[in-house]
Design a protein around this ligand. Structure first.
Ligand code: ADP
Ligand code: MG
Length: 252
């Protein structure tokens, strides 16, 4: 079982879209996948076709050790499992602070589900909170979705530093797996330039697959599905299936 955080401390950069579509793509190429929604907004939960308002048990209960992964998981519409989240998770932050092993709760819970999955994908909130820290402590690596904009690299050094610190102090297995260029529009010259600069600067830390800006990916969540199953023929869906294959080759 390989565990990855999908992280970037900026909001709206494509973390959740990457999480659910990579999960659906991996499922399509035969991998057993669990998505962990660590964002109290619950977008990965809803975007997987699981109603966040109807969760009897969620990742909140798992973090507080009142439920196991096996008890709290739901089945998505796209052949992967989901450990869902909703607003209740925002309270976990405060409750965890006073508990022992507060940053290792998710790691311990996932260890009990080791035999059930090939990949675990953790959708992180846009902050370096105790929730994100639980994700980073549990993970083997981090996948960073980023838009090819002028300020794309700003904030990246904070994330890279956090990864280094967690690696040094809490989780020696953690590493940066790669940067994924998302919402790419080849007609915009600046985006082409930034995409090439990223590749030149970070080399093989940049995934070869590029995810295009594609309206079907943006429409899919309102139908409670990842784009990969909502419109498999769309450019966005095809790019995510290709990305799933690249992930399997790189880390599988
Ligand atoms: P985050 O989880 O980082 O906040 P999201 O995945 O929710 O970001 O994406 C932010 C918005 O951009 C959403 O409305 C989403 O549907 C849209 N979006 C993400 N990726 C794409 C894409 N490749 N093409 C078009 N829209 C996208
Ligand atoms: Mg999100």
């Amino acid at each position: 079982m390989r565990i990855f955080c999908i992280a970037n401390q900026k909001g709206g950069v494509g973390k959740t879209t990457t999480t659910v579509n990579l999960a659906a793509g991996l499922a399509q190429v035969g991998q057993r996948v669990l998505v962990v929604d660590l964002d109290p907004q619950g977008n990965a939960t809803m975007g997987s076709g699981v109603d966040k308002r109807a969760l009897a048990l969620s990742v909140y209960d798992v973090l507080l050790e009142s439920a196991s992964v096996a008890e709290a998981r739901q089945r998505s519409v796209a052949d992967y499992d989901v450990l869902g989240a909703n607003r209740e998770l925002a309270g976990a932050e405060v409750e965890l602070v006073k508990l022992e092993r507060r940053e290792r709760r998710l790691k311990l819970a996932l260890a009990a589900a080791e035999a059930d999955y090939d990949f675990v994908l953790i959708d992180c909130p846009p902050s370096l909170s105790l929730l994100t820290l639980n994700g980073l402590c549990a993970a083997h690596g981090v996948v960073v979705p980023m838009q090819c904009e002028y300020f794309a690299l700003e904030g990246l050094s904070d994330l890279v530093n956090t990864i280094k610190q967690v690696h040094a102090n809490l989780n020696p297995e953690l590493k940066l797996i790669g940067l994924l260029r998302v919402m790419f529009d080849p007609r915009i010259t600046l985006q082409q330039q930034v995409a090439e600069q990223l590749k030149a600067h970070f080399g093989d830390k940049v995934f070869n697959t590029v995810i295009p800006r594609n309206v079907r990916l943006a429409e899919a969540p309102s139908y409670g599905q990842p784009g990969v199953t909502f419109d498999p023929a769309s450019k966005g869906a095809q790019a995510f299936v290709e990305f799933a294959r690249e992930m399997v080759l790189r880390v599988g």
